[in-house]
Structure formats: structure tokens, C-alpha cells
Design a protein around this ligand. Structure first.
Ligand SMILES: *[C@@H]1O[C@H](CO)[C@@H](O)[C@H](O)[C@H]1NC(C)=O
Ligand SMILES: *[C@@H]1O[C@H](CO)[C@@H](O)[C@H](O)[C@H]1NC(C)=O
Ligand SMILES: *[C@@H]1O[C@H](CO)[C@@H](O)[C@H](O)[C@H]1NC(C)=O
Ligand SMILES: *[C@@H]1O[C@H](CO)[C@@H](O)[C@H](O)[C@H]1NC(C)=O
Ligand SMILES: *[C@@H]1O[C@H](CO)[C@@H](O)[C@H](O)[C@H]1NC(C)=O
Ligand SMILES: *[C@@H]1O[C@H](CO)[C@@H](O)[C@H](O)[C@H]1NC(C)=O
Ligand SMILES: *[C@@H]1O[C@H](CO)[C@@H](O)[C@H](O)[C@H]1NC(C)=O
Ligand SMILES: *[C@@H]1O[C@H](CO)[C@@H](O)[C@H](O)[C@H]1NC(C)=O
Length: 489
């Protein structure tokens, strides 16, 4: 059949309007219906994409057919005007990696309700203008980390009702996410574990459209805390599907619970509003983390003093709507209010600031010392093992023993070099070099990594193990320390 039926479409027929049908034309072969630049071939039992598509086609509807494979040569010439391609309900299970090279101007691609099982590397790369991608109700279990690379204008991605088990963090993380993404639907999949800290750090306008209800999440109090916070912020993802957020209780009977009821079952504490802490003479940036992008924002200082440009206030509203206070003074403590207004939404956000009566440098020095001490202590343990207890351990350096700073340093060195006893004096003299002596290159990067951008990944890994907070405050300015902290309503 396929061979001798020529899927000629509209081209030669455009000039033969059928009277009384508003200019729409049914072609002789009854394959497609054309309405100027719309070509609709829905429910036509097609097994391949019709050839001879007119070059002016803007919308091509191929839904409800039997096109199982989208080959590279489904079109052999460019369709520069095509911006909507609908391929849902086709039993599609193969998509060539070159399927989209001639339709680079697509803005809307519907591949939902098919049999797609995996998304290969760079599969959508040519689609630099794509804004909406529908992939729900397939059998997708594998998503290559580069599958969505190149989709720089993507705004909405629907991946629900698949078998995804890995949270595609690359779609939401700062440097890899499509810049305009505002909706990512991962609901009804098989995700067990969420990168909770990474999610909490996302801007509210992204969390607002990040749906992951009806997955196979494992219950824990962090999940409860995350969801209750999102609910308090009235984020759509949490509010609209409140009852569909379920999780599986670890244990033999795998009981399914509602996430919002976990406090009853697991004794989770409710969300506690966090306070931005600051140190004297640093600069502090308060984010106005609104649920929508692109709102116009005004700030009130503690005591309801409006922040206005041109006055000699130390607090200045930045172009992105955040409030920078520099330098921080003791009297800057208190409650800040951000009013955000847009056509669709008005929001009021509160941020509490507590300024400590000391500068960060002092604090940084003590932390540094504690860190060096710890590393030194570990190094000496290793050395002791290496020397097979040839010399007695003289490690007095473990923190919290009430020694003064200098005693710490000395004891690190003496224990470090205890294999050769005469070095005790030398060690004291060599004090300025102590960091170099004890910290291996990896540790050095850990301490300074925040300064160069490439170290960030590592810091985030460490943050999961509870070390990140301290290291951040050691190495960077106050503004970046607090820029990640969520703002409180
Ligand atoms: C498609 O196939 C079904 C069953 O084979 C048939 O009933 C239906 O009429 C066909 N539709 C078209 C538009 O040919
Ligand atoms: C939840 O997901 C399962 C499969 O992942 C699906 O069968 C079910 O319909 C979904 N339920 C809701 C309420 O979406
Ligand atoms: C819940 O926590 C409270 C206080 O933290 C404790 O007194 C209580 O025993 C806990 N209950 C359960 C069931 O763990
Ligand atoms: C919440 O914060 C307040 C003060 O900020 C503190 O007193 C209280 O203990 C905290 N509650 C929990 C459960 O952490
Ligand atoms: C809002 O968005 C539009 C287009 O996306 C942009 O041109 C405009 O500058 C934005 N306004 C603000 C206040 O960011
Ligand atoms: C500028 O600051 C001084 C003292 O800090 C204050 O007396 C004065 O009123 C301020 N001027 C304005 C316009 O806010
Ligand atoms: C936001 O507030 C302004 C006045 O403060 C009001 O005019 C406007 O209608 C409000 N917009 C929405 C969406 O509520
Ligand atoms: C801040 O600390 C310094 C010394 O550490 C002290 O002299 C000063 O009175 C303190 N200021 C306030 C407001 O507590």
C-alpha cells in the first residue's frame, strides 16, 4: 500500500478551494487536511510521514497514526516555517538522532503517548528554538545527560508518566539548565531519591513549576521539610498536587504515606524559618526570591523605612531586585520586607537578618585554625602508623581541649614531625608555612575552591556531607555565603 499511494499533500491543490469550506482544502487522496499553513494528517492510519510537505507548513499534525519510526529522511529538505510538530499517539519507538536537522525552527514538539524508551545523547540538539517539549506517557527509563543539550530556549518540559528513576539534575542546575525553563514535570515516574539540597537552592520561580508528585520517593524528614516549606511559600507544584505527594516508608511492608503527614509517622519537626546571619563590615545580599520571574521589587528596612534610590542608605536595591547592604552594621539586624508586583501576582516576602558583633575575619581565622588542626591531627595519626609506633604519640592537637591558638600550632608541628625529635624548634620557626606542610592539594582546593568556579561542584558534594557550610564561610565573602539561603515568607 505504502509504496503506491503517493502521499501528495496540498501543494498542487492549494489553488482549488472547495466552495463553502472557508478556504480549507481536502486533498484528493484524503490524507491530509490543509488550512493555509496548517497540515493536519491526524487519524489517517499513516505508517510514514507524508512526503512532499509544503515548505510553508507551520503546523504539522501527525497524531493518532501508526508512525513507529521517525527516520532521518522523513523530510529530505528544510521546513523553515515549521514551528509545531505533533506526533502523539503513534506507537513511536525510534527517533533518529538526525530526525530534527531540517526542522530547526520548531517551537512546540509533541511526542507524548508513544513507546519511546530512552532519550539518546544530543537527540534534541538541533532544536535551539524549542519552547515546549511533550514527552509524557511514554516508557522512558533512560535519559542521557546530554539529551536536552542545545535546548537553550526550552520553557516547558513534560516528562510525567514515564519510568524515569534518576532525577535529571542537569535540567535545573544553574549552569546547565535551559535559561528560560519554568516548568519541569517529573510526576508519576520512579524517582526514589531527590537531590534535596540542590532543589532547596533553586530560585522559587523554578521550584514553583517543578512537579514530582506520585513518584516512588523514600520517606524521610528532609522530604517533609522540603514540601512543607514549598507549601508555605504557596508554590504551585506543592499546592496544586498536595494530596498526590506520596512516599514509601522504608521497611519490610513498604507502606505508602502522604508526604504532608510524615510528621505524624516519623516525628519530623515542622519547617523553621531561617535567619540570615551576617558579620560586621561585610556586604550582605538579600534575595527577593519570588514565585514568578520578572517582578518589580521594592524593599523596606527594619522599622518600615523604604529603600529609595538616591538617599544615602547603605542598603541599595540591585538591578535583579535583590538588596545589597554594605557595609553591614550592627543596627542592620531585623526584619526586611520585599514587595514584588507583576501583572499576575503580588507577593510580600520577609527576610530576617541577625548581625553578629564581630567581623568575619576573626571567625575565619578560628575556623582556619580548627581546620588546620584537624588535618594536622589526621596527618600525625597517619605518620604514627607509618613509623609503626617507633616514637610515642604526642598528639595534643585534637580540637576542643581548651588550648590556645599558639599551642595548637606548636603541637601540630611537633606531632607531625615527631619521628625526628630534634625538629621541635624548627617546626616553630617554620610556622608561616604550616598550611603548605599539612594540606594536600585536594584539601587546598577544598578550602579555596569556592573562589574559582570549578571548585563549586566539589563544595556541593561536601555540603551533602555536612561540611560545606563551614568551608564556604572560611573562604568566601559574606554575600556568597548567604546568597544561597532561602528567603522566608
Ligand atoms: C484506519 O483503519 C481502520 C481499521 O483498519 C479503519 O476502520 C479506518 O477507517 C481507517 N481510517 C482511515 C482514515 O483510513
Ligand atoms: C501514579 O503513577 C502511576 C504509575 O507511575 C500511575 O499508574 C497512576 O495513574 C498515577 N496516579 C496519579 C494519581 O497520577
Ligand atoms: C518525637 O520527638 C519527641 C521530642 O523530640 C520525643 O519526645 C518523642 O518521644 C518522639 N516520638 C517518637 C515516636 O519518636
Ligand atoms: C525554631 O527557631 C526558633 C528561633 O529561631 C528556636 O527557638 C526553635 O527552637 C527552633 N525550632 C526548631 C524545631 O528548630
Ligand atoms: C521582563 O521580561 C521582558 C521579556 O522577557 C524583558 O524585556 C523585561 O526587561 C523584563 N523586565 C524586568 C523588570 O526584568
Ligand atoms: C545622610 O546620612 C546622614 C547621617 O548618616 C543623615 O543625617 C542624613 O539625614 C542622611 N541624608 C539623607 C538624605 O538620607
Ligand atoms: C497588586 O497590588 C496593586 C496595588 O498594590 C493592585 O493594584 C494590583 O491589582 C495587585 N495585583 C494583583 C494581581 O493582585
Ligand atoms: C561589640 O563588641 C565590642 C568589643 O567586642 C564592644 O566594645 C561593643 O560594645 C559591642 N557593641 C555592642 C552594641 O554590643
Amino acid at each position: 500500500m505504502e509504496l503506491f499511494i503517493k502521499w501528495a499533500v496540498c501543494t498542487s491543490l492549494v489553488l482549488i478551494p472547495i466552495p463553502g469550506t472557508d478556504g480549507s482544502i481536502v486533498n484528493f487522496h484524503k490524507t491530509c487536511i490543509c488550512a493555509s499553513n496548517i497540515v493536519s494528517c491526524s487519524k489517517m492510519n499513516l505508517t510514514t510521514v507524508p512526503s512532499d510537505l509544503p515548505k510553508y507548513t507551520a503546523v504539522l499534525d501527525l497524531s493518532y497514526n501508526d508512525i513507529n519510526r521517525l527516520r532521518a529522511e522523513w523530510t529530505t529538505y528544510k521546513l523553515p516555517k515549521l514551528h509545531n510538530l505533533l506526533l502523539s499517539h503513534n506507537g513511536l519507538h525510534f527517533i533518529s538522532t538526525e530526525a530534527f536537522v531540517y526542522v530547526k525552527d520548531l517551537r512546540y514538539l509533541d511526542l507524548s503517548s508513544n513507546n519511546i524508551r530512552q532519550l539518546d545523547e544530543y537527540i534534541f540538539e538541533p532544536l535551539g528554538d524549542l519552547e515546549v517539549l511533550l514527552l509524557y506517557n511514554n516508557h522512558i527509563s533512560q535519559i542521557d545527560r546530554t539529551a536536552f543539550t542545545g535546548l537553550s530556549k526550552l520553557q516547558k518540559l513534560y516528562l510525567s508518566q514515564n519510568q524515569v528513576s534518576r532525577f535529571p539534575l542537569e535540567l535545573v542546575k544553574d549552569k546547565t539548565r535551559p535559561e528560560k525553563l519554568s516548568l519541569l514535570d517529573l510526576s508519576s515516574n520512579r524517582i526514589k531519591v531527590l537531590p534535596i539540597q540542590d532543589l532547596q537552592d533553586l530560585p522559587a520561580w523554578l521550584r514553583n513549576g517543578l512537579y514530582f508528585h506520585n513518584n516512588t520517593l523514600i520517606c524521610d524528614c528532609e522530604l517533609y521539610s522540603l514540601m512543607t516549606y514549598w507549601y508555605i511559600r504557596r508554590l504551585n507544584s506543592a499546592v496544586d498536587f498536595k494530596d498526590d505527594y506520596t512516599c514509601i516508608l522504608p521497611g519490610p511492608d513498604k507502606k505508602i504515606l502522604h508526604v504532608f503527614e510524615l510528621n505524624v509517622h516519623m516525628n519530623c519537626s515542622t519547617y523553621n524559618e531561617s535567619v540570615e546571619e551576617a558579620f560586621l563590615e561585610q556586604s550582605l545580599v538579600l534575595k527577593c526570591d519570588t514565585r514568578h520571574r520578572n517582578m518589580s521589587k521594592t524593599w523596606m528596612l527594619p522599622g518600615n523605612v523604604e529603600v529609595s534610590p538616591g538617599s544615602n542608605q547603605t542598603a541599595v536595591v540591585q538591578p535583579d531586585g535583590s538588596l545589597e547592604i554594605s557595609p553591614v552594621k550592627l543596627e542592620d539586624s531585623g526584619q526586611y520586607t520585599c514587595f514584588a508586583v507583576s501583572k499576575h501576582l503580588n507577593e510580600t516576602l520577609y527576610v530576617w537578618v541577625k548581625v553578629h558583633n564581630f567581623t568575619l575575619n576573626v571567625n575565619s581565622e578560628t575556623l582556619n585554625t580548627a581546620y588546620t588542626t584537624l588535618v594536622g591531627c589526621l596527618a600525625s595519626v597517619v605518620l604514627v602508623l607509618i613509623y609503626l609506633y617507633l616514637t610515642p604519640c604526642r598528639c595534643f592537637c585534637c580540637p576542643g581541649q581548651g588550648k590556645s591558638k599558639n599551642q595548637h600550632e606548636d603541637s601540630i608541628h611537633s606531632s607531625m614531625l615527631s619521628a625526628t625529635p630534634t625538629h621541635e624548634d624548627l617546626a616553630t620557626k617554620a610556622e608561616p608555612n604550616r598550611h603548605v606542610a599539612f594540606i594536600d592539594p585536594k584539601d587546598l582546593q577544598g578550602q579555596n575552591g569556592k573562589v574559582n568556579r570549578t571548585g563549586e561542584e566539589e563544595l556541593e558534594d561536601e555540603a551533602k556531607h555536612g561540611k560545606g557550610k563551614r568551608k564556604k564561610s572560611v573562604s568566601d565573602s559574606i554575600s556568597s555565603v548567604f546568597s544561597d539561603t532561602p528567603i522566608v515568607v
